[in-house]
Design a protein around this ligand. Sequence first.
Ligand code: G4P
Length: 190
Amino acid sequence: MKLLEDKIISDGQVVSSEILKVASFLNHQIDIELLDKMGEEFARLFKDKKVTKILTIEASGIAIACATARFFHVPVVFAKKNRSRNINDDVYCSDIFSFTHEETYHAIVTKKFLTKDDHVLIIDDFLANGAAIKGLIDIISQSGAEFVGAGIAIEKGFQAGGKELREKGYKIESLAIIESMSKDGITFRH
Ligand code: G4P
């Protein structure tokens, strides 16, 4: 999506060859008009799918998921991150290891918000190693719902998550895929 690529070039900061900072429009301050266009693009990319719910994970995924849900007219459910494992019969739980933060957390979704009748689209801000998306897919499978695909704002194509998930046959649509980045610039995959 050219609009997002242009925004990454103009406002993103390459912190290292692995980390892109997008705090000024996605992760801290939020550009609602850009998110609205991103939601519209996800709606176009997944228009052939039946979607009854959008699933994301706190915190930064929520705004993009909400922007997308406006076009599908379905609720957003966001997984909550817990440090302690909440052993409770009312929740689905999946353990997620964050490579960026080098820690494991527990993603929790209350059972009544995902049922076997749901068709679930995952939306998230970044796809790196794919740990968060795999954890959310695990939660969807625990619920018996159907996973219809995942829409990602920014995929770091040089990390393994996107390739692994697509090889499993999942529909993964990223609005901007970074092939490589350095202080000298960012190259996108098309
Ligand atoms: P993975 O899920 O694909 O395996 O990614 P990883 O564990 O490495 O990412 C953990 C967190 O770091 C996620 O946010 C993810 O969005 C974020 N992240 C990964 N790579 C980048 C990057 O290059 N730039 C930025 N800005 N964020 C990145 P989180 O910790 O869950 O934070 P938040 O959703 O509360 O903001």
